[in-house]
Design a protein around this ligand. Structure first.
Ligand SMILES: Cc1ncc(COP(=O)(O)O)c(C=O)c1O
Length: 1009
């Protein structure tokens, strides 16, 4: 068959090319590749009307007119040798078929493309706007045909509803049909024009790569064009765009905003988008249900309905709120009353009756800071405790105000959560204004009102008693105010519809026992419309939706005669923090991630940004026992109020810390030194080696990192051998000798070589031999037990045994830097050297031991300490301070008490199993290695050559951060994903990491294919 159609293109268009058959529902489609160009050959179904093809060809020609300001990427028709848009050619069976040829776009179907970002969807919308503007002047007789996919004619499904057996589904479709019928007048009043009518996810092509933002490369298949209001086109595209989105309403808003940017929509059109979108989905599911009945043996028909049914069943979003969102996306006012109402409120603000009565001037009340930045309530941002909720403000304050638009972590109930992971998004931003005052305080109507609703919401952390009042501006525009956390019995005395005059007492503040469990206060919220939300107003909203909600519920300070600027929260500015950093910090202090993040709170393995958005921390190893561990905070605070002096005085905390540290060490290592950092500890380790051996020569692996001081940089090849070393005035000192990292994945000796450990260690022996020849003496060998910046490497199991043997026979000391690997992170081993079955001469501990407080520890043998003691006094002012000692001791105790090493083992096992599964599915995962929660995922561009995939690692790390999961990248080529979370991480979090990593790796597959 291919040969037949090859001959056809040669004959009709004079083209020589290879053909490949493409998918097509009714017609045959072939991609045609000539040496210079790509085309699509379209062979129409037998009996196809010529007008259908003529309409498409002419419309494409119309869209390609040079005079158009924006070229929408639609295919170009290739004229036959005889100068026609299409012709007739007989198929192999001798049937006449209309054939035509169009240019082919590069790109992948939107359906299969990942990621489907808001920017991409907006661009699609913008092209659609241009296309509808350009098609307005196109006409063709065939546009007027009867057509079941014309939304204007979609009422046909009503007669077919009997085909849906499932009652829930049937009810959904019935409702959609009823809503559609109610809109018919509006729809019929809209002008009709030529529309594409089928911008579905297979008719949109997308291109992009790891370093090029995805863009719409083509919109194809104009075969469903018809006459209809242009909003139908938008609704149809919307019906596909929303389907596989976790936040469909945001995606739809992007599409609508995109259309509006190039073809401004009217408010009536915006109002039609959502009901028409649902009607299109209804037509799809009814149509495929009928098809499934006709083709009972074709399971694909039923499967293909799945996403549309799932959407209709699971996303019962309020049409009113979606309309508000879409209007907002287009920059349209919430409704016609919003602007004049706000203007009237502003004009009269100051003259409304004081809510707490004429004697109380709220302007004198202090603001209380309950923000993510300024408050430590609740201590556990996932579970506010009753005593915390009941004491939000200083009990000495009689009156205080809580900010409008303040991000807070107090909303811990699951009702505020959006998603099923522990760190899923949540509603944090307060949409009202709080007035803290004693329980029983009377509330006076600020202006004349009718009682709209009263309720007693008894759930914990809900409102308790709540009242909604309806007001009217002199223009007759209605608006509403809500008062929550009231005494329910005061509220139940009200009647719905009851008239209130300004100043009338209508309720009293409730006690915690019946106001939802909160410190007595009233939450006051204003709404310019209750369309779509009824009486269920969200008191706190998602930070990403602040602007939208602000337009529905503006600052109620107007009604309370308060100053807007004083009562509206302004978050710490990320931009300013970045500017100060730029101006006043050294420029070689790097920020993580392409879009830097600002974190204001931490808890266990979670971090919260300035708007309270939760992040899962799968990266930071310093908060070893979890961010903001209350036990660490408590011992530190208590110690600071008692005493914090230096190690020249006796104090039991010092001996306790030493005993704790030594209890985990081999018995030979019995002398401790306390310092302030890993760098300082490694400096000291070098001095110990020099003092004990009288020598200076050091052997160390490539890519090692031991700290930021002059001495440690001298031994850190990661620094002195970096491409920027020369500019930094750094070079390899003549007393430092480098060996390969014992990397059995990418190094010269690999995992299948049983002697790999010995062979890598041989390099140490060779240096020793050269030193001997040169008459030099070895001070020692220093290595991170599992090289971290070297690429999260686990050396062959006998590597250090061989190395230590060589080093010791040359009189050198063996120094193990356990900053990254120590304290149970490896799950099976408390220290990395245990896995290597060696006992070092000096062990260096750092960051995790202070859980964020600066502590370094050096542990050595008594004989080495004795050699060092012959020299001058060793003293570190802050090393071993009382504070550091109690913190270090507590961290070590917590590791035991919370069995964190076991957890590292169990979570590591889960993580490795998931990563290995991903490795089978994604060729870019070359290696998964590590122990416990010290994990490296080595990304490669080719699994055979093991070429490091630096760009992929960069993409994955940054996309994971956008998905609010932190991980890092490491290794000489920066291609190894580094996963080393606080040891508190749980199974759901690990699954969350794996789930998102699978999603992002799928994007990588798409973007690199
Ligand atoms: C293995 C290793 N050793 C030493 C250090 C230096 O520790 P600090 O930054 O506390 O001086 C680091 C820091 O990243 C490290 O990773």
């Amino acid at each position: 068959m291919l040969q037949h159609w090859s001959r056809a293109i040669a004959h009709i268009w004079g083209l020589e090319g290879s053909l490949m058959q493409l998918d097509g529902e009714y017609d045959l489609n072939f991609s045609v590749a000539t040496p210079t160009e790509q085309f699509v050959l379209k062979v129409m179904r037998p009996g196809c009307e010529q007008a259908l093809v003529d309409m498409q060809c002419l419309s494409l020609e119309h869209l390609h007119q040079q005079s158009l300001p924006t070229q929408v990427p639609v295919p170009q028709v290739i004229i036959t040798l005889e100068g026609q848009n299409f012709t007739v050619y007989h198929d192999p069976q001798g049937k006449p078929r209309i054939v035509w040829l169009v240019s082919k776009f590069e790109g992948l179907n939107y359906a299969h493309f990942q990621p489907k970002s808001g920017v991409l969807i907006h661009q699609l919308g913008s092209y659609m706007g241009h296309m509808s503007a350009q098609l307005e002047s196109f006409n063709h007789a065939y546009l007027k045909r009867d057509f079941k996919w014309n939304l204007m004619q979609s009422g046909w499904i009503e007669a077919e509803l009997g085909c849906i057996e499932n009652l829930e589904r049937k009810e959904i479709i019935t409702t959609i049909v009823e809503q559609f019928k109610a809109l018919e007048t509006d729809l019929n009043n809209l002008p009709q024009q030529c529309i594409h009518n089928d911008v579905n996810d297979y008719n949109i092509l997308v291109q992009g790569s790891l370093n090029q933002a995805p863009y719409i490369s083509g919109i194809i298949d104009l075969g469903d064009m018809c006459l209809a209001p242009r909003v139908c086109d938008l609704a149809i595209a919307g019906a596909y765009i929303v389907l596989d989105q976790t936040q469909p309403e945001q995606a739809l808003a992007q599409l609508v905003a995109g259309v509006h940017s190039s073809a401004p929509l009217t408010a009536i059109e915006v109002a039609l988008v959502w009901p028409l979108l649902r009607m299109r989905l209804a037509v799809s599911v009814v149509n495929s249900t009928l098809m499934a009945l006709d083709n009972p043996d074709d399971p694909y028909i039923t499967i293909s309905q799945g996403p549309a049914w799932a959407f209709l069943q699971n996303h019962r979003m309020s049409g009113g709120l979606i309309e508000a969102r879409l209007r907002f996306a287009c920059g349209l006012p919430l409704n016609t009353a919003a602007k004049p109402t706000l203007a009237w409120l502003s004009e009269h603000s100051g003259a409304f009756f004081p809510l707490l009565g004429a004697d109380i001037d709220l302007n004198q009340a202090p603001m209380v800071d309950l923000s993510v930045e300024g408050s430590s309530i609740p201590q556990d941002p996932f579970s506010i405790q009753p005593h915390e909720a009941q004491q939000l403000i200083n009990p000495n304050l009689q009156l205080a105000l809580g900010y409008y638009l303040e991000p807070r972590l107090v909303y811990t109930d699951k009702a505020f959560k959006n998603g099923s992971w522990p760190s899923s998004n949540r509603r944090t931003v307060h949409l009202g204004l709080d007035i803290f005052a004693p329980a029983g305080t009377a509330l006076h109507a600020p202006l004349a009102a009718k009682v709209e609703a009263i309720d007693n919401r008894q759930a914990n952390l809900d409102y308790g008693g709540v009242v909604i009042l309806r007001h009217q501006s002199p223009r007759g525009d209605e608006f509403y105010s809500l008062y929550g956390h009231l005494n329910p019995s005061s509220v139940t005395q009200l009647k719905v519809g009851q008239e209130l005059s300004a100043g009338d007492v209508f309720a009293h503040l409730g006690e915690p026992s019946h106001n939802g469990g909160w410190d007595p206060h009233v939450h006051v919220q204003l709404a310019l419309s209750i369309e779509g939300m009824g009486y269920d107003w969200p008191g706190a909203v998602d930070p990403d939706d602040i602007n939208l909600w602000q337009s529905v519920c503006p600052n109620p300070s107007l009604l309370l005669n308060l100053n807007h600027d004083v009562t509206q929260y302004s978050p710490p500015s990320k931009d300013q923090a970045q500017q100060v950093r730029q101006d006043h910090f050294g420029q070689n202090l790097k920020l993580s991630y392409a879009e830097p993040v600002m974190f204001l709170r931490g808890w266990r393995h979670y971090l919260f940004d300035e708007w309270g958005r939760p992040y899962l921390d799968a990266y930071n190893n310093v908060p070893h026992v979890g961010h903001a561990h209350p036990r660490v905070a408590q011992v530190a605070a208590e110690q600071l109020v008692r005493i914090n002096t230096n190690s020249r005085y006796l104090h039991p905390s010092r001996s306790a810390f030493a005993e704790q540290v030594l209890s985990h060490m081999p018995s030979e290592l019995s002398v401790c030194y306390f310092v302030n950092s890993g760098s300082e500890a490694n400096e000291l380790a070098l001095r110990l080696a020099r003092a004990h051996t009288g020598a200076k020569q050091i052997i160390t692996p490539q890519h090692g990192y031991f700290g930021n001081t002059t001495g440690t940089v001298d031994i850190s090849a990661y620094k002195f051998a970096s491409p920027r070393a020369r500019a930094g005035g750094l070079s390899q000192p003549d007393w430092v000798h480098l060996v390969d990292v014992a990397d059995d994945y990418r190094g010269q000796y690999r995992r299948d070589d049983k002697a790999a450990g010995e062979l890598y260690a041989q390099q140490v022996a060779q240096h020793i031999a050269t030193l001997k020849t040169n008459g030099e003496q070895l001070a020692g060998f220093i290595a991170e037990t599992f090289p971290s910046v070297g690429g999260q490497i686990v050396p062959p199991p006998d590597y250090l045994q061989h190395v230590y043997k060589h080093v010791r026979s040359a009189g050198g000391l063996c120094i193990a830097d356990e900053v990254q690997t120590g304290l149970g992170r490896l799950g099976d081993f408390y220290f990395g050297f245990e896995q290597q079955q060696v006992v070092p001469d000096v062990v260096v501990l750092g960051k995790p031991i202070g859980n964020g407080h600066p502590i370094g520890v050096v542990v050595t043998r008594p004989a080495i300490a004795a050699s060092f003691a012959h020299g001058p006094e060793f003293f570190s002012t802050f090393g071993g301070s009382n504070l550091s000692c109690v913190v270090g001791t507590e961290v070590l105790r917590i590791i035991e008490d919370e069995q964190l090493m076991n957890n590292a083992h169990d979570m590591g096992k889960l993580l490795f199993a998931g990563l290995r599964k991903l490795q089978k599915e994604h060729a870019c995962i070359g290696d998964v290695r590590g122990f416990g929660l010290f994990v490296g995922v080595d990304l490669v561009s080719d699994p055979d050559s093991r070429e490091p995939a630096t760009q992929i690692a960069d993409y994955v790390k940054n996309r994971m951060c956008e998905e609010r999961i932190l991980m890092g990248s490491e290794g000489p080529d920066d291609n190894v994903l580094k996963i080393r979370p606080p040891l508190t991480i749980g199974a759901e979090d690990v699954n969350h990491v794996l789930h998102m990593l699978a999603k992002v790796l799928q994007e990588v597959r798409v973007l690199t294919s």
